[in-house]
Each structure stands twice: as C-alpha cells, then as structure tokens.
Design a protein around this ligand. Structure first.
Ligand code: HEC
Length: 135
C-alpha cells in the first residue's frame, strides 16, 4: 500500500525527468530556421520531380495534369478511392498516377522522392481545411 502511494506520488516527477532527458521541447530560433530551411529544400525537390518529367518512363510530368498540385486534394485523404477499391492515403494515389499516366514504377511510402512529392503537394495546399474522406 505504502509502496503504491509512493510510486503514485513520484510518477509526475519521474515523467518530467524522462521528458527532460528526451529533450523534446528544447529548441531555439536557430533550430526552427534550420528545420524550415530543410523542409523548404524538400518542397523544392518535390517541385522539381513534379514538373521535370523524370519520374515516369514517358516524359509526362505530374504538372501537365496537376499544375501547382491542382486537383490532387491532399486535404481529403485518407479517403475511399474507386480506382483502388478501398480507403487509401495520398501516396497510394500518387502511385496510381505514377503507374498509369506516367507509365512508371511505384515509389515506397518512405522513399525520399515520395516524401518530396508529398511535401510539395501539401505545401501548395497549405491553409486548406482538412476534410478527410471528402469527395
Ligand atoms: C495525364 C494526366 C495526369 C497526369 C500526368 C497525372 N495525373 Fe494524377 N490524376 C489524373 C486524373 C484524370 C485523375 C482523376 C482520376 C479519377 O479520380 O478518376 C488523377 C487523380 C490524382 C489524384 C487524386 C485526386 C483526388 O481528388 O483525390 C492525385 C493525388 C494525383 N492524381 C496525383 C498525381 C501525381 C503525384 C502525378 C505525378 C506522379 C499525377 N497525378 C500525374 C490525371 C493525371
């Protein structure tokens, strides 16, 4: 009983100790600037891949049908997609267009190129309200 009481009393202190060791909330403006710079670099890589026609096998680019990520609706994912017959996330629909209009190879969800494409599409739609599942 006493042991349980002591543990209960100590729990918040132990939690704080753990959290401070993780260093989760220790960052300054220089960190924020660096993270933003790295993010924008990935967005730029995504923009290049989106527009340069190198992703697929036929020289077609995403931008030809989706200039500035138009009609990609990242804010509506995950949602049911009839082409795939189930609820999917945005990257799976990117792969559908990679396979079909671009006649290319699929990318893994964690492929650097896929992350860059996702960053670009989300960045273009920043500020748009999230509406998962919407058609
Ligand atoms: C030749 C034209 C064409 C190209 C090129 C193309 N797409 Fe598409 N894309 C379409 C069409 C058409 C649809 C709509 C399919 C449907 O829902 O019937 C679509 C749908 C999508 C959707 C789903 C949009 C939604 O409203 O849910 C995403 C995301 C998408 N494309 C991303 C991409 C990406 C990324 C690329 C490049 C890798 C790309 N597309 C290249 C024609 C294209």
């Amino acid at each position: 009983m006493l042991k349980k009481l002591i543990l209960t009393a100590l729990a918040p202190a132990l939690f704080l100790l753990g959290a401070s060791q993780l260093g989760g909330d220790e960052f300054d403006q220089a960190d924020l600037d660096r993270w933003q710079e790295q993010f924008m670099q990935v967005v730029q890589e995504g923009r290049d891949l989106w527009t340069d026609g190198t992703l697929g096998s036929n020289g077609v680019s995403c931008a030809q049908c989706h200039p500035n990520a138009a009609n990609t609706h990242p804010e509506t994912y995950p949602k049911f997609q009839k082409q795939l017959g189930r609820v999917v996330d945005l990257w799976e629909m990117f792969n559908w267009c990679l396979r079909n209009p671009l006649e290319g190879e699929e990318l893994a969800a964690d492929d650097d190129k896929m992350i860059a494409l996702l960053a670009y599409a989300h960045y273009e739609r920043r500020g748009v309200e999230l509406e998962p599942g919407k058609h």
